[in-house]
Design a protein around this ligand. Structure first.
Ligand SMILES: *Cc1c(COP(=O)(O)O)cnc(C)c1O
Length: 354
């Protein structure tokens, strides 16, 4: 190692799901939405004039923040917007997790949390999910420096009832508690109504899943104005113009088109329930999913073998080669046609390997 390398901040980065180029695949590996974004988004992109790009964007992303506040019945100072929820979450780790005490998140969860904790040198502890892959609220009643978990959890899809979230909040009035609701539009109850009651609760959501805009990069957080202000102070100390002008306008249009997204979410949930029945029939088991994916394990055939067979058949799902979950596949809910093709393949493959 060179001398200068001793002073490098070295990290093991997050590994995003594969985005294969040029191949025609049934892509069920990164929890994207199979339906296009709303017509309002397409319209903004069409009428956007390149000349607008001479100017810096609004550093507050005011149009987008206001559209979100209006839609969710909040005031603008309770809303923060960022470049995907990954940006919002990374800034939240930097802003709110500064105690000597360890922060807490589940052992099986979004695999970016330990990356941010390591990047910012935040000590952490990871209480184990129970053997049904559910969060045990009692693990979060011990002393800590902050708490974060997704609800529904990823990659399990399991939901934590609001009563349990309340129990965690009641025991943790002195640290910031972040609920990452990337999948809340597909099931479960949002903790959003609790932000008035708990000034230390931050609720984070994204446009990437339910609003079919993973490519645009928009995430947002709801919280008490003081919490939001702290987040803004860190953002403005880092990069004032995180969100570009096109994104701000297109994002606001997406929020206003909420009826369209309610309908596509309804279709995805319907397809999910059909897929659950079919997977059970084929010998898979899974935690009951409230998200747009299913975390399934087959009773006979190893997940890695199924992953490879599916891939060879042009169907891409996600496989995590990690302790406790290396016998599971995370399958994103696509269109009904895509799910039928996947089930048909699995049915043939499993009966041939008997
Ligand atoms: C997808 C996802 C995110 C990040 O989404 P963005 O595209 O950055 O908005 C955050 N948390 C969880 C649990 C996710 O699954």
């Amino acid at each position: 190692m060179k001398k200068w390398e001793e002073n490098v901040r070295r990290v093991i980065p997050y590994t995003p799901g594969e985005q294969p180029k040029g191949k025609k695949l049934i892509k069920l590996n990164t929890n994207e939405n199979p339906y296009p974004p709303s017509p309002g988004v397409a319209e903004v992109l069409q009428r956007f004039s390149a000349d607008n790009l001479r100017l810096y964007p609004d550093p507050e992303a005011g149009e987008l923040v206001h559209a979100l506040a209006e839609h969710y019945g909040l005031s603008d100072d309770q809303v923060f917007a960022g470049v995907g929820s990954d940006d919002v979450l990374a800034l939240s780790f930097l802003t709110f997790f500064n105690a000597q005490e360890e922060i807490l998140f589940p052992d099986i969860t979004y695999s970016f949390y330990d990356v941010w904790a390591s990047l910012y040198r935040i000590p952490y502890r990871t209480p184990a999910l129970d053997d049904r892959f559910l969060i045990r609220p009692e693990d979060y009643l011990q002393k800590n420096g902050g708490i974060i978990f997704p609800n529904p959890n990823a990659p399990t899809g399991a939901v934590l009832p609001l009563a349990d979230i309340r129990r965690i909040l009641d025991a943790n009035r002195d640290v910031v508690v972040i609920v990452d609701e990337a999948y809340i539009d597909f099931g479960g109850t949002s903790a959003l109504p609790l932000i008035d009651e708990y000034d230390n609760l931050l609720v984070v959501q994204t446009f990437s899943k339910s609003r079919a805009l993973a490519g645009l990069r928009i995430g947002y957080a709801f919280g008490n104005p003081t919490l939001i202000k702290y987040l803004q102070d860190v953002k403005y100390s880092f990069n004032s113009y995180t969100m570009n002008s096109i994104t701000i306008q297109a994002g606001a249009a997406a929020v206003r088109d909420h009826a369209y997204y309610e309908e596509t979410c309804r279709k995805i949930k319907e397809t999910r329930e059909w897929t659950k029945k079919e997977l059970s029939r084929l010998g898979f088991s899974f935690p009951d999913s409230s998200a747009n994916f299913i975390f399934a394990s087959h009773r006979e055939v190893p997940a890695q073998q199924l992953f490879t067979a599916l891939r060879d058949a042009g169907i891409l799902v996600r496989y995590f080669n990690r302790p406790r979950i290396d016998d599971h596949l995370r399958i994103t809910i696509g269109t009904p046609e895509e799910m039928r093709a996947m089930i048909r393949f699995l049915e043939d493959y499993l009966s041939a390997s008997r």
